[in-house]
Structures are given as C-alpha cells and as structure tokens.
Design a protein around this ligand. Structure first.
Ligand code: NAP
Length: 248
C-alpha cells in the first residue's frame, strides 16, 4: 500500500513534459490515473504502457480541455474505469506569444480557453465526484507569468493570474467538503514549451534565477505529489512557486 492507493486522478496535458512527470509520480504512488491529452496519441499511449508495465493503472483519453465535452469525457473515463474521482490536475496549457498591441483576438481566445476556461469546465464536470469523495484535491498548474507578467505573454499571464483567483474561490467554496484547491506556479521548466527559446534568451533568464538552473518536470511533479497526498490536507487556496527563487 502506497500513499495514493485507491485514489483516482485525472491529469490533463499528460502527453507533455510536466504532465507526464506528474502522472508518473501519482501512478507510482498507487493512484489510478486518467491521462488526458490533446493531439499526441503516441506519447500518451507510450506513457500508459510504461505506467502499466511498472504495475500501475492508467488509461489514456483524448479530450480537448477547452470544451465541455472534453471535460465530461475525462470524468466519465475516471468513473467508468475506476469507479470515482479524487484528484484533478489541471495542467494542459498552450502559449500564443506576441506583443499586446499586435495580439490577435484568436490568440487571446485560444490561450484563455485552453488555460483558464478548461479549469471551469473540468472542475464543474468533476465537482460532484470530488465532493462525494470527501478527500478531493484540485491542483492547478499556473505560472510565475501570472504573478510577475511577461513581455509577449499578455494572454498567457492573464489566464494564469485568472487561474490563481479561481483557485482561491474554489478553495473557499469546497473547503467544507474537505476538498482542497491549490495552484502550483512553475518558473522556467525544461519541456517542449521552453525548448524553442534561443540560447541567448535562456542565458538571460538564468541570470534571474538564484538557483541558476532551469527546473525539471520532476521538480513540479514532486510538489503535486505532496499536495495530492494526506500530508497536505491542511493546505488550501495557496499558490506555491517552483521557480528556483525567480519570484520572491
Ligand atoms: P508541453 O510539454 O507543451 O505540454 C502541454 C500539454 O498540454 C500537452 O500534453 C498537450 O497535449 C496539452 N494540451 C494543449 N492544448 C490542449 C487541449 N486543447 N486539450 C487537451 N490537451 C491540450 O507543456 P509543459 O511545459 O509540460 O506545460 C504544462 C503546464 O505547465 C502548462 O499549463 C504550462 O502553462 C505550465 N507551465 C510550464 C512552464 C515551463 O517552463 N515549461 C512554466 C510555467 C508553467 P497534446 O500535445 O497531446 O496536444
């Protein structure tokens, strides 16, 4: 028996760098995991295979998180496969960067829908199961961009800041049912999302990070594992940074 034995989780964006690490951590701790993904079927299936080969339980579900139907499909998969739902990790996210004065409405909307409205859809769809669980955990993967802003990321930083406000309200509304709601705000983490940054930009970013390295997906996953477990039952409504000291 491990820390999350018998718990059922949904991780969105499980085909991406951070989502994969979170899903692996939860599965290794004994949780059954619904691996939500958008387009990367091969990556999601490879992750499902590696989790099950290690003795864990996982199903991969293609579901567009920016739609109500996608959220409903993820919750249905959890209930059908594992009989309930305890832990929701809202991790799927995109960037559509550009200076604000030239930012296209389509890029604003895409980032809002994928990074913020997705949380509305999935927590609404999951709320009955979570409240019934009397254990529930919601963990929203935000970003330091939502705290400090970032040139070229008006849409992204607004969505991530919105996620933080939503986290605090949900924490208050769900507290009486023992459901905790927290946000994790990563700094610069080495994944596909940051892979396209040039060497010069990366070097400049690192100058601002006291711990002087990019974060790894595992750094974020370790905090999510803690927040998903019993040891974090008295923590709710918090925004916790995993950023090497970038924002303090
Ligand atoms: P990533 O490797 O690019 O992965 C993004 C994930 O989101 C993929 O699994 C992708 O699925 C999924 N996704 C995107 N749009 C979707 C949609 N409409 N429906 C369903 N899934 C969708 O990014 P990452 O670096 O792991 O980022 C994960 C989260 O951490 C994001 O919310 C991001 O904003 C946040 N974050 C990252 C950093 C960083 O430095 N990397 C820093 C702060 C915060 P498919 O590939 O299958 O389409």
């Amino acid at each position: 028996m491990t820390a999350l034995t018998g718990r059922v989780s949904i991780v969105t964006g499980a085909s991406g760098g951070i989502g994969q690490a979170i899903a692996e951590s939860l599965a290794d701790a004994g949780s059954s995991v619904v691996l939500g993904y958008g387009r990367s079927t091969e990556k999601a299936e490879a992750l499902r295979t590696s989790i099950t080969e290690r003795g864990g339980q996982a199903v991969a579900v293609q579901a567009d998180v920016s739609t109500a139907a996608g959220a409903a499909a993820l919750v249905k998969a959890a209930v059908d496969a594992y009989g309930g739902l305890d832990i929701v990790i809202n991790n799927a996210g995109i960037t559509r960067d550009g200076l604000f004065m030239r930012m296209k409405e389509a890029d604003w909307d895409a980032v809002m829908d994928t990074n913020l409205k997705s949380v509305y859809y999935l927590v609404q769809a999951a709320s009955r199961q979570l409240l019934r669980s009397r254990y529930g955990r919601v963990i929203n993967i935000a970003s330091v961009a939502g705290l400090m802003g970032n040139i070229g990321q008006a849409n992204y930083s607004a969505a991530k800041a919105g996620m933080m406000g939503l986290t605090k309200t949900l924490a208050r509304e769900f507290a009486s049912r023992k459901v905790t709601v927290n946000a994790v705000a990563p700094g610069f983490i080495e994944t596909e999302m940051t892979a396209s940054l040039g060497a010069e930009i990366k070097a400049r970013l690192l100058e601002q990070v006291p711990l002087a390295r990019l974060g790894q997906p595992r750094d974020v996953a370790d905090l999510c594992l803690f927040l998903a477990g019993d040891a974090a039952s008295y923590i709710t409504g918090q925004i916790i940074q995993v950023d090497g000291g970038l924002v303090m």
